[in-house]
Design a protein around this ligand. Sequence first.
Ligand SMILES: Nc1ncnc2c1ncn2[C@@H]1O[C@H](COP(=O)(O)OP(=O)(O)OP(=O)(O)O)[C@@H](O)[C@H]1O
Length: 723
Amino acid sequence: MSNHPDFLHEQQHLSETIKNMQQIIKDLENDMDNRVHQINKSLSTKDEVSAYVHSLMKSDHARKAADIAQALDCPYFGRVDFREDGAGTFDQYYIGRTKVAKLDIESVRDILVFDWRDPVSTIFYEAQDGRASYEVLGRYTYTGDVSLKRQYKIEDRQLISMSEDNILSKIMSRQQESLIADPFLLERLLQGAGDRLKDIVTSIRSEQNQIIREPLNQVTIIQGVAGSGKTTIGLHRLSYLLYNEKLNPAKLVIVAPNKIFLDYISDLLPEIDAQDVNQTTFPDMAAAIMQLAPVISHTAPNSKELAAAARWKGTPEFIKVMNIFLEKRLEKFCLKLKALSLFDNQLTITREQQLEKVLEGASVPYNERLQSLQKYIRFRLKNFVEVYEARYKRGEAHADEKTAARYAAESEAFDKKHFTKWPFLELLPAYAELMQDKAAWRKVKPPGVNVDILTAHTLANLESGQVDRDDLAPLCYLKYLLDGFNHVERFDHIAIDEGQDINLLEYLILLRLSRNTSFTIMGDMSQAIHTDRGLTSWQSLLKEVFAEAKCRYYEVNFSYRSAKEIVDLFNKVMPADRSKAIPVYEIGRQPVIEEAPTALTALQRTIQTIEEFQSLGCKSIGILTKAEADSHKLYEGLQAAAAQLANLHLITSSELSYHGGITVAPILLAKGLEFDGVIIWNASDRKFTADYQDAKLLYVAMSRAMYYLHIFHQGRLTPLLKG
Ligand SMILES: Nc1ncnc2c1ncn2[C@@H]1O[C@H](COP(=O)(O)OP(=O)(O)OP(=O)(O)O)[C@@H](O)[C@H]1O
């Protein structure tokens, strides 16, 4: 560190860089001033000048100057020395959060600091064993030797420490050795959870870097164990794509599981220049697609039959029922079509002509087919009336004013009457009708689903003015079949977090919103804890939705969140065939499993454990329950029994923001979040049976903890934690 032989040299380099940066800021500002000066002469009015100045301030120069000024405190965090094969000397590349370059770049030396997203920076993240390569524009590859990879800690423009440790190879090869090989990574991992997710640009691992830099127009799937950095990598990937592909952030969207999660990632996005990317949840997206916002009932299915029905509603099989229903509707309409004869039989629109309009085009939405015929008929009528009027105005024989007026009235009357009974379909009534179309259901026969229960439940819901969460996907798809998606925005890239909880039908909808089948999907099949929705495997997604697409599948198994002691315990909960998480650091304190004989003792011990965690330095503590109702009760209990606990919050399905501090939450809603310490309220055998579903829930709960984990059980301990 400070006794490193190069420390002084690096200190000098840092102060020179800072001086140069200040000069660059001045140059950029002077350049802007000069331009204003020049333009002052050529623009005539004050308004024109101020409009120009305004646009200049928003220009690249102004943004660059602001970015560089912001980077002055810590211009870079790494350096890599690289010599391209065939070249004579090693070049030094300093890597930071923002590119710092002179106004006129003549050689690579004029770039003082490379942005972490620049192609060359990949060497810093991936250099191993003295060789590395990077690719530019997906076409040119540069390979060569790396003689040095250095990491710096710089604060307030001062070099605090530096290190040349390259960890990943050590982590991978270590078995019995110490887990911690990289002091910078360790320091970062021990910083604590804080209130929100943080950026990792200074410590991106090689395996993560590869995923971040995958090409844009493909489906990139990241399957990763709990805490492996999926969310973090996915969001850094968006930043990378925005920077390198020059995308418009408004054309990117993050689909997250809930609003709390969006709040949780909200600090990270501006840090990596991705704050303008759209952020949404599937229900919000669905409201925009459906152009209505029905009340969504959030109660989970209360019987096996309803759970099976809810699951089935998310499969592409449902589209078959919709298609049969709509085809029948269309057929009935077509059968009723008759030739039209108007204006003293001078205008005839044959049945064939009408059929041609209705059946034109392969994938035209149902309502659009009817509209297209309606437009055609209206056009023919209007055209006839206008031509007749023109004829009489020109004084042609057999055309007179009175008849022209009669024809105009006939046309108007026809228009008023003819279309009134046409079977245009509105979304919710159509969905209700579909539920009652027994013949369509008979044709499809959903396997393992009791159709009577499914349809009766859905109809009862619709009658009471609400729909289930699981109806959103079929409703969106029905909207697509009825009216198309022209009213909805298309995206250049869609990033989905907790992708295992999105079902196939939802994916098919998202696919229709994507311009180039460009997706980043992050998820963990071991965390698929919804009984009524989600994927059964990534393979099914690849086969049923992305069969035509270019796909890249990654598995990440290092767990950066939880200390080894916690990872070892949550690994045990999962069935043997599931990928195990590999820890990267340990803290020397085992998780505690403790019986609390009564709910009252559990409450008292929970309060003591919170205080103990706080005395150990925990800033964020999660107290997790299996059911949402238990969270409510516990929260009230804590408020009543421990008024001294400051910053205590309850997360519920209707809560929109995450506050940090002490959080009481049902496991389902704590998904994706992390805490310095976690208390599991009751891991008894009655709450968590040996069932796989319960194992996944417990796995999610335990893996929210970074350093400390305390598990209470009222009654016998769950078999999942025994032995
Ligand atoms: N390369 C890294 N350097 C430092 N910290 C990292 C790195 N990768 C991941 N982390 C940290 O690991 C923690 C877990 O990351 P993240 O929440 O993205 O994981 P996840 O796989 O999405 O988790 P889960 O599926 O359990 O919700 C975060 O605190 C993140 O900052």
